[in-house]
Design a protein around this ligand. Structure first.
Ligand code: KG4
Ligand code: ZN
Length: 339
């Protein structure tokens, strides 16, 4: 099936987003990020749903205008049904239902995590973007998730490893908070780490079986380490900020890579992709590239604009589901949990 136009809607956390895709070609992508959470040092669910409610109509309207399509040209509306925050998901789902009902357009529910994985299939005008071949492995790293996913095809995934506590993005954010850095801490640490020595400080790595991860211990050992150093020198953080950022970033990356290497060995899969907010991290991106060179792997790094939450990935996922005729009825409700 060709020339299928899908409107994607994403509202699972704190970004209200809409995008239009024609087959795999992205026609528009609009994201309204919510700055209201910054002063609270994390996403406040109640505030997030209110902001989605304010943003959703203008965001969808702009996405259609920028794509130069009218609502009646849309073949299906793809929306995120989960995982995510209940109130946030409800805004996107209810809006999608209303729009679909009014214009008699089929609905397609999409999984947020699968969306992050499928960003590697989005094409953009005038660009030759390489797409992974199935099966491939994805290291999915965001503020809410840390998983190693075996992707069999565009609709079938197998989670072969995941965090038993905090996500990698949470580790970045919490360590940043401990240092008094603003939220979200991941991008700030990334920036400061560029001028620091990744070997300056050592932090204990977790010991979790199989392909699973744990990041809560790392955050605690970082906290205790700083508490001890601050007793000796109250300016310790200020004087060592870049080295602290570089060292904690290097530790998180190494923890991520230990299990990824294990997964590559176990599955024999040589196509490796990364996705999710943390996949924007410069250190992680170079470490993955290096891993690829060293082990003869084909590596796929998403464009930075597709690393954080966006509706282009949902529209992309909707396109694949459209091909299978996987439509959703109006009784659909948010699926807040990961499974
Ligand atoms: O995928 P995402 O936008 O939302 C979730 O689904 O969670 O990911 C947000 C997470 C935050 O924890 C943020 O600190 C982290 O991604 N992040 C980064 C970078 N950019 C965003 N972490 C490390 N380095 C970055 N450059
Ligand atoms: Zn996400």
């Amino acid at each position: 099936m060709n020339n299928i136009i899908i409107l994607g809607i994403e509202s699972s956390c704190d970004d209200t987003s809409a995008a239009v895709i024609k087959d795999t070609l992205l026609l528009s992508s609009v994201i309204a990020s919510q700055s209201v959470h910054e002063k609270w040092g994390g996403v406040v669910p109640e505030l997030a749903s209110r902001a989605h409610e304010q943003n959703i109509i203008p965001v969808v309207d702009r996405a259609l205008k920028e794509a130069n399509v009218t609502i009646d040209q849309i073949d299906a509306i793809a929306f995120t049904s989960g995982p995510g925050l209940m109130g946030s998901l409800l805004v996107g789902i209810s809006f999608a239902k209303g729009l679909a009902l009014t214009h008699n357009i089929p609905l397609i529910e999409c999984n947020h995590l699968l969306g992050h994985i499928l960003v590697h299939f989005i094409d953009e005008q005038g660009e030759d973007i390489p797409h992974p071949k199935f099966p491939f492995l994805t290291l999915l790293v965001s503020g809410g998730h840390t998983q190693i996913v075996q992707v069999e095809d565009a609709n079938t995934i197998k989670i072969i490893g995941e965090t038993i506590d905090d996500a990698a993005g949470e580790a970045f954010d919490k360590c940043a908070k401990i240092m008094g850095l603003p939220y979200p801490g991941g991008p700030v640490i990334d920036k400061l780490a560029a001028d620091g020595d990744p070997k300056a400080f050592k932090f204990a790595k977790p010991n979790v079986p199989d392909l699973n991860y744990s990041f809560s211990g790392l955050k605690t050992s970082f906290l205790y380490f700083l508490r001890d150093r601050l007793k000796e020198n109250p300016n310790f953080i200020e004087e060592n900020k870049a080295d602290l950022c570089a060292s904690i970033q290097a530790t998180i990356i190494e923890v991520l890579l230990i299990k990824l290497r294990k997964a590559i060995k176990k599955t024999g899969i040589k196509q490796i992709a990364i996705g999710g907010g943390v996949s924007a991290n410069s250190g992680l991106r170079s470490a993955i590239e290096e891993l690829g060179k060293k082990h003869g792997l084909k590596v796929y790094l998403p464009k930075r604009k597709f690393t954080t939450d966006n509706a282009a990935m949902i529209a992309m996922s909707g396109y694949f589901k459209y091909q299978l005729g996987e439509f959703t009825d109006y009784g659909v409700v948010p699926k807040t949990r990961k499974k």
